[in-house]
Design a protein around this ligand. Structure first.
Ligand code: CA
Ligand code: CA
Ligand code: CA
Ligand code: CA
Length: 338
């Protein structure tokens, strides 16, 4: 078995923990997303300002570039996660439609190392390791003095580099947003059959509960917990959601690494044909089997019918419509088909 097929003979862990499941809480009224976000953000920031980080270097191992968070002791001189400059705190801002309300989220994340390989888009599959902690508040009273601390507690760790996750709907939203910020690494097989992983992307994300499990309690994670994930991106697998023969990441029209999902009444920047609106939804190309809406399937338009045998063009070689067209490849141009 070659290394790649060994890597790809993944263990598909039933991602109970990471899949969406709101069934346990059907009868309880959920809190307001916006209000909860404000609370979560305050707790995340307090955590970042009261803890310091220690990065563990362990080259070749799946736990390389691991990070440990520790509460800064009273009077301690350690530099907080918030103030340290070795791994600048970055933010990603997104707007999420929760049905009744739309919330503008700010996600803090750190790159311990970006990685040297390919970048997943937000609908690809990733092979990843992680450690998760939830953030909670603890109030203690000693001699009539009450103090409240924001602390973190680990709930799970997975060091197996062959665990696969579907960023498109198979994980919490925060993961789909932050994994595309990293790159994969390299791997090589050792004489003893083990695999060394090098230069893979490694980082940390701090997620408000609205981008995690929100009102659902999951195994040991209390409901409404902001979560911290330390992640490693070992490898990725491209996906083709609409099965048209073009991998989804090549249907990312504005090239930002993210496929925009359906949003009622709003046109979609990853959609070629504005006319393919359905019930107020604009279908982005990665979910559309006829991208230009000319009545000919993309899978047909990207075939070379004059060759023997007939084959599907590699993406870069898909022809345009020539002088009659708009200059785009013919599956994105209504003026020609095949
Ligand atoms: Ca496709
Ligand atoms: Ca895009
Ligand atoms: Ca078409
Ligand atoms: Ca066409």
């Amino acid at each position: 078995m070659n290394i790649l097929s060994k890597i790809l003979s993944f263990i598909f862990v039933a991602t109970m923990l990471l899949s969406c499941d709101k069934s346990d809480n059907d009868t309880v009224e959920l809190r307001d997303y916006q209000e909860q976000y404000i609370t979560d953000l305050a707790n995340i920031e307090e955590y970042m300002k009261t803890h310091y980080m220690t990065v563990v270097s362990n080259p070749g191992q799946p736990d390389d570039m691991d990070v440990i968070f520790t509460k800064i002791p009273e009077g301690g001189s350690q530099v907080s996660v918030w103030d340290q400059t070795d791994y600048p705190v970055q933010t990603r801002e997104i707007s999420v439609d929760h049905g009744d309300s739309e919330v503008s989220y700010k996600i803090y994340f750190l790159k311990l190392r970006e990685g040297s390989g390919k970048k997943p888009c937000n609908v690809d599959n990733v092979f990843a390791g992680y450690r998760g902690e939830y953030i909670y508040k603890e109030t203690t009273t000693v001699d009539n003095v009450t103090t409240t601390e924001v602390l973190g507690k680990q709930f799970e760790e997975n060091k197996n580099s062959q665990t696969k996750f579907l960023l498109y709907g198979g994980v919490i939203r925060g993961w789909s947003e932050i994994f595309p910020q990293f790159r994969t690494g390299t791997y090589s097989e050792n004489p003893d059959g083990t695999i060394s992983h090098n230069d893979f992307g490694a980082g940390v994300m701090f997620l408000p509960s609205g981008l995690a499990y929100f009102g659902t309690s999951k195994s040991t994670i209390p409901s409404y917990s902001p979560l911290i994930f330390t992640i490693k991106l070992f490898e990725l697998e491209r996906t083709d959601q609409d099965g048209d023969g073009i991998p989804s990441y090549l249907e990312d029209l504005n090239g930002d690494g993210y496929m925009y999902l359906l949003k009622k009444g709003v046109s979609n920047i990853d959609n070629t044909d504005e006319a393919d609106e359905k019930d107020g939804n604009y279908i982005p190309d990665f979910l559309d089997a006829d991208d230009d809406g000319d009545g000919y399937l993309t899978s047909y338009e990207i075939k070379n019918l004059s060759a023997t045998p007939i084959y599907t063009y590699p993406f870069d070689e898909i022809p345009t419509c020539g002088t009659s067209g708009n200059g785009k490849k013919r599956h994105l141009d209504k003026t020609c088909h095949n």
